[in-house]
Ligand binder design. Structure first.
Ligand code: NAP
Length: 244
């Protein structure tokens, strides 16, 4: 029987998710690195973790598929004995005005960013061991009200709302549920589809005058997942260098 606390990190194959997976493993948790379409990248993350003396396994599941998410939780329990921490990190971004957004694109964003978090939070609320943690990745663009982020912001605002309610629903089990809202962070999701001029402008928006690094966000998730974060519950923590 594994005595370690166990974390599932959705979308752990790259970007912020891989930094979170590696950070939680170095904090002493056994980690399931979930991915949807990048097995090689996910295996590289688990290899780096095991090379550093940690415990990790990768598992393919599209979070928008409820049965696949059940399979993800079953895999974590079979591999490591249970689940203590869920990090809902998997997400997609499509920058476009509301006028330009097709029904299909709206559906894709909602299916992965919102329904995906619903699927995992539902399993977590049924299966998380007492004293567990749920940490959902939101976004600081909700506060910035920037053009082209309308549907994306809406999915994240809905996730924040659902997190706060789940924190109340889990009363009596010592489980906290929080959201972390990064600002611009140097990953594929942020850098794709943007001109150099826009990247430069977004980089300088924060008074700290740099982009966030995945490790900046992983530090906040580590705090919320660890003993020092135990009294923070039902909150959204913006980690963005002061952009908003
Ligand atoms: P990223 O580099 O594009 O990585 C996204 C991850 O999500 C990948 O591991 C990808 O795995 C996975 N993923 C995508 N669709 C999935 C699905 N249907 N099921 C399971 N996994 C899926 O993105 P990131 O920048 O690290 O973003 C991580 C989170 O932070 C997202 O929720 C994002 O909205 C949020 N965020 C990011 C920023 C930023 O500036 N980067 C700012 C605010 C909030 P595969 O490659 O296998 O598909």
């Amino acid at each position: 029987m594994n005595s370690k606390r166990v974390a599932i990190v959705t979308g752990g194959s790259r970007g912020i998710g891989s930094a979170i997976a590696e950070r939680l493993a170095s904090d002493g948790l056994a980690v399931v690195v979930n991915y949807s379409s990048s097995p090689k990248a996910a295996d590289e993350v688990t290899q780096r973790i095991t090379d550093a003396g940690g415990e990790a396994k990768s598992f393919q599941a599209d979070v928008s598929d409820a049965d696949a998410v059940k399979g993800l939780f079953d895999f974590a329990t079979e591999s490591f004995g249970g689940v203590d921490v869920l990090v809902n990190n998997a997400g997609i971004l499509k920058m476009q005005t509301i006028a330009e957004t097709s029904d299909e694109e709206f559906g894709r964003l909602v299916d992965i960013n919102l329904k995906g978090c619903f699927h995992t939070m539902r399993e977590a609320s049924r299966q998380l061991r007492d004293g567990g943690r749920v940490i959902n990745l939101s976004s600081s663009v909700i506060g910035l009200r920037m053009p082209n982020y309308g549907v994306y912001s809406a999915t994240k605002a809905a996730v924040e709302a659902m997190s706060a309610v789940l924190a109340n629903e889990l009363r009596g089990r010592r489980i906290t549920v929080n959201s972390v809202a990064p600002g611009p962070t140097a990953t594929k999701l942020f850098l794709d589809d943007k001109s150099d001029e826009l990247i430069d402008r977004l980089t300088k928006m924060s008074p700290l005058e740099r982009l966030g690094e995945p490790s900046d966000i992983a530090s906040v998730v580590s705090f919320l997942a660890g003993p020092d974060g135990a009294w923070v519950n039902g909150q959204t923590l913006r980690a963005n260098g002061g952009i908003v």
